[in-house]
Design a protein around this ligand. Structure first.
Ligand code: CAO
Length: 416
């Protein structure tokens, strides 16, 4: 079986998280990703959040699997020549430097097109065109400016950012989709094009149900928000909704047995209308099945908090996995709150390749995520991240076409 993106060469100028997420995904699918790093320095994340002295951090390794590393400074004369050759040879160039950094290296989009009209040039920036287009942006800035933070947290409390890296990894995923789309388009047009993803746009795309609710507010209160049932008025903007479900089926996080000492002894429970009768029987409230105050979803809306309190009385008597095991056969949607420890130890995630163990020459064995997208005919294996400049000579010889003497000169000049 061949890899889906075999034969595609990526000139990877990415660093930190958003861009590397994108190119790692393309590498998992079989693209040959050449990660260009500053000589002697490399991607800053190699040295950030280190757990072992002088060894590439997990932050770096978990974002740069299946890539080859070449050190190169395109700002030197020889470096610029080598970089030009790489642009000629590659199909896609990806970067997520601060706005203008690639232009300052002397490689504008116009110049890149001139060198290779088939090149797809993909960038992540914090913002699209507008007042903030020149700003540098990190994950939480994107979560805050993209609408996620204003709608996350509990009513009356401050905005909250989420641990899921929707600004960085989320935008990287959007970018990968844009690149593959542009590659598909190139098949017909023969031409490359520019692909741009702003982190603010990516976060807003993922927060769209909250923009939906913003517009619904113009027509009255949002009955499925539990604040409505508690008689709390809505303001002008979509409020923070705690653990309310983002959709039409009410849900909440409920305590399970052991919650007093285990911070993750909780379950997400959804009172899906279609299985209401099953829920009533399961929690010992069979009278709610026919009671006009509870039987229909609309009748329950002003009692959501009290209903979840009653369900919680039941879940608190059970282990979170027992809740799931009892609900599943009755088609009641729910999910235990799984800690990172529980996920790391979960055999089914190891079997599916969603969590994999990788061996690294300097750090030894560690866990990482595998490709979450599974293709039936194109497997993707996870290979360890490269050491800084591990493939410099190999790439300069086989892709750029330099000989040993030329490589030695480039090294002496500090170009590689
Ligand atoms: N050789 C020589 N110089 C290199 C180089 C190389 N191989 N690779 C990068 N550089 C230089 C760049 O040319 C740039 O120099 P100038 O500013 O003089 O032009 C500099 O290194 C790095 O640029 P930067 O401003 O992007 O880096 P930073 O650490 O200051 O900022 C970040 C980091 C992430 C805030 C910024 O890159 C950014 O806003 N990126 C876009 C948004 C994004 O992706 N954010 C998510 C990051 S993940 O949390």
């Amino acid at each position: 079986m061949s890899k889906a993106l075999e034969g595609i060469k990526i000139l990877d100028m990415t660093h930190v998280q958003s861009g590397p997420t994108c190119t790692q995904l393309l590498a998992w699918f079989g693209a040959d990703v050449l990660k260009v790093e500053r000589p002697g320095v490399g991607d800053a994340t190699r040295g950030q959040l280190r757990d072992i002295p002088d060894v590439d951090s997990l932050y770096f390794t978990m974002l740069n699997h299946n890539k080859r590393s070449v050190t190169l400074n395109p700002k030197t004369e020889t470096g610029a020549k080598i970089f030009t050759r790489l642009i000629e040879e590659c199909d896609v160039m990806v970067e997520n430097f601060a706005p203008g950094a690639i232009d300052r290296m002397g490689f504008s989009w116009e110049k890149i097109q001139e060198i290779n009209p088939r090149m797809i040039y993909a960038s992540v920036k914090g913002f699209g065109p507008g007042p903030y287009e020149d700003c540098k942006v990190y994950e939480n800035v994107a979560q805050c400016t993209g609408g996620a933070a204003s709608t996350t947290g509990f009513l009356g409390g401050p905005p909250v950012v989420t641990g899921a890296q929707i600004g960085d990894s989320g935008t990287g995923l959007h970018l990968a989709f844009g690149i593959v789309t542009a590659l598909f388009h190139r098949e017909q047009s023969g031409k490359g094009q520019r692909v741009e993803c702003a982190m603010q746009d990516g976060v807003l795309n993922l927060s769209r149900v909250k923009l939906r609710d913003q517009q619904r507010l113009a027509h009255g209160p949002l009955p499925e928000y539990s604040q409505h049932g508690q008689g709390i008025e809505f303001g002008e903007a979509t409020p923070r909704a705690g653990n309310d479900s983002g959709g039409g089926q009410p849900g909440w996080i409920l305590k399970c047995k052991g919650w007093e000492t285990d911070p993750n002894a909780y379950v997400y429970f959804i009172t899906q209308a279609a299985v209401w009768k099953n829920i009533c029987d399961l929690i010992g409230r069979p009278e709610w099945k026919e009671d006009p105050g509870y039987a229909k979803p609309e009748a329950r809306l002003d009692k959501i908090k009290a209903i979840f309190d009653a369900i919680e009385e039941w879940t608190m008597t059970l282990d979170k996995f027992d809740v799931m095991n009892l609900c599943n056969p009755l088609n009641i949607p729910c999910g235990p709150i799984l800690s990172m420890k529980e996920l790391a130890d979960e055999p089914s995630l190891r079997n599916s390749g969603t969590i994999v163990e990788v061996d690294h020459p300097e750090r030894g064995k560690y866990l990482t995520v595998g490709n979450p997208v599974k293709l039936s005919d194109s497997p993707s294996d996870v290979e360890r991240s490269p050491l800084l400049g591990e493939h410099t000579d190999e790439i300069l010889k086989t892709v750029v076409g330099l000989n040993d003497e030329e490589i030695a000169v480039a090294r002496e000049e500090g170009a590689i």
